[in-house]
Each structure stands twice: as C-alpha cells, then as structure tokens.
Write a protein that binds this ligand. Structure first.
Ligand code: ADP
Ligand code: MG
Length: 273
C-alpha cells in the first residue's frame, strides 16, 4: 500500500513562532531515478511553516536532489510536493496525474529561495547589484525600491559597508552572506540551503551560521543540508537522516542526534562528530 500524505504537526504550544502566512511543505511518496540509480526512494516529509529542518547523510545519499525537487529544479518520477497546498508535481506509475505549467512552476519557485555551497554570485555584478537583479527582473520591483530593500538586507547580514564590492573582493563568508541576502530579496516563504558552509575556511563558518540562526527565528521555513551537527542540534526543529535516497530516520534533534533509533544513523554520527 502507498503511504498517505503525512499530517503536518501543529506548532507546539508556546513555540513562539512569529505569525506568518505560508511556507508549509509536504513531500509525499517521492521517488526519482537517474537511469538505474534510485536517488530518492519513497520520501515522505512534512515541514510546518516557520520550522527548521536539518538534512544529514553521507555524500550521494540524495540530499541535494531532494532540495532540488522541492524547488522543482529536478522533476521527480513519482509522488508529489506541495507548497502551501499547491501541488508542484504529481505522477504515479509513470502516468502523469497532475502537472503544473512551466510558468506556474516559475511562479512557485519565487516562493522558494536556494543558497548553494559555492555562493553562485554573478561575478560581474557588485553585491547590491546581485541582490536587486531578481527582484527587478522577476518580480518587477522598481530599481529605487529594490536598492533600498537590498541595503536593508545587506545590513541584516552584517555587510552594509560592502554594497559596492564585487564578489572577488569579498571573503567566502561574506560572499555567502550576500548570497543569503540575494535569496531573501525575493521574500521567499521557504529557504533551502545546500551545504552553505562546506566551501568555507573553518574560521568563516560561524559568521554564516549566525546569519542562518537569525533567519531561523524570522518565520521563513528553512531546510538546511549540513554536516554541522552542533548547529543542527541547536537550531533545527527536526533532523532528517538520509541514506541511499531514503529517509531512514527523522525527528527532534535531541532524539535523532543523541539517541538515534537506526544503527546507520549511529554509524554516520560517529563518523562526523
Ligand atoms: P548528496 O547531495 O546527498 O551528496 P545527490 O542528491 O547530489 O546526493 O546525489 C545522489 C545520487 O544521485 C548520487 O549518486 C549522484 O551521483 C547521483 N546524481 C545526482 N545528480 C545526477 C544527475 N544529474 N545525473 C546522474 N546522477 C546524478
Ligand atoms: Mg549534495
């Protein structure tokens, strides 16, 4: 029997989440193969609005593919992904049951920001130009307003002074903070981070994690693929452990990271801790 759509747990009383609309994600029965390799295998996951989910697991376990599927950068073979109840894909047994048009997919993608390991800033644009590019071209925001918002975002990530710097003039940690400000400029309901600190020198990791920590309190739904276990323990509401395209274990960090049920989770943690 197919698993059913997981219910999204209500925020626990006193969780103190700021009120905001949207940002709920449900991933149900999602599978995806590259040729003979099944990289997502019946993945079920529910993220409530404003929650923080840390995804851990070995290289090749399907973490990036899962993020890309949420953002509809990767088309899944089966199952569905819903953002605030809007299906962004649904196929079953090879037969398409529901699909969005390309323009609707693009519209949904505006709600879901993504931050990559290697920052992916436009090298020929300054920090502030990087930030206003999408609001101006995708959302049709006027240039003056986009610039004012970008200045606020730069201040929020501690880079008010770096508006006119080019990426090559910034450290890796600063570039990643610009990339986060750029993602925020589209006012996403959901932000996906794919190993945001893995490319950074150790001394620059903290400044990026601090910015993400601040976002965790802002009401945006966050999904963070990370090997920073201490950070996950401190910031995440739930931790998801993936192996071979499957979610082997998920739950509150206090349980998954301290008393994992699954022997594979224990082995993985013993390696990275
Ligand atoms: P992770 O992020 O956990 O390291 P990925 O989601 O990047 O894992 O990859 C999962 C598996 O899928 C890996 O074995 C990887 O080599 C494979 N894979 C990822 N993208 C592609 C692709 N475009 N074509 C073929 N194989 C891919
Ligand atoms: Mg990856």
């Amino acid at each position: 029997a197919r698993s059913t759509v997981p219910a999204v747990p209500a925020p626990s009383a006193g969780a103190g989440l700021p009120a905001r609309s949207g940002g709920e994600i449900r991933i149900s029965c999602v599978s995806k193969s590259f040729g003979a390799l099944k990289v997502l295998d019946d993945v079920n996951l529910a993220l409530r609005p404003g929650s923080v989910t840390a995804v851990i697991g070995q290289s090749g376990s399907g973490k990036s593919t899962l993020l890309r599927a949420i953002n509809h950068l990767e088309r899944v073979d089966e199952g569905f992904i819903a953002i605030d109840g809007d299906l962004i894909g649904y196929r079953q047994d090879g037969e398409t049951l529901y699909e969005l048009k390309e323009k609707d997919i693009l519209a949904r993608r505006v709600d879901v920001g993504m931050v990559f390991q290697n920052f992916n800033l436009f090298p020929h644009l300054t920090a502030i130009e990087n930030i206003i590019e999408a609001p101006v071209t995708v959302r049709g925001v006027g240039r003056a307003q986009a610039l004012a918002e970008a200045r606020e975002l730069l201040a929020r990530v501690g880079l008010a002074e770096k508006a006119d710097a080019y990426p090559r003039q910034l450290s890796g940690g600063q570039q990643q903070r610009v990339a986060i400000a750029r993602a925020l400029a589209l006012r996403p309901k959901v932000l996906l981070f794919d190993e945001p600190t893995s490319a950074l020198d150790p001394e620059l990791v903290g400044e990026v994690l601090d910015v993400i920590k601040e976002l965790a309190r802002s009401g945006v739904t966050l999904v963070i693929v990370t090997h920073e276990i201490a950070f996950a323990r401190e910031v995440a509401d739930q931790v998801v452990f993936m192996e071979d395209g499957r979610i082997l274990e998920q739950g509150p960090p206090a349980r998954v990271l301290a008393e994992p049920d699954h022997p594979r989770t224990r082995e993985f943690l013993a390696k990275v801790l």
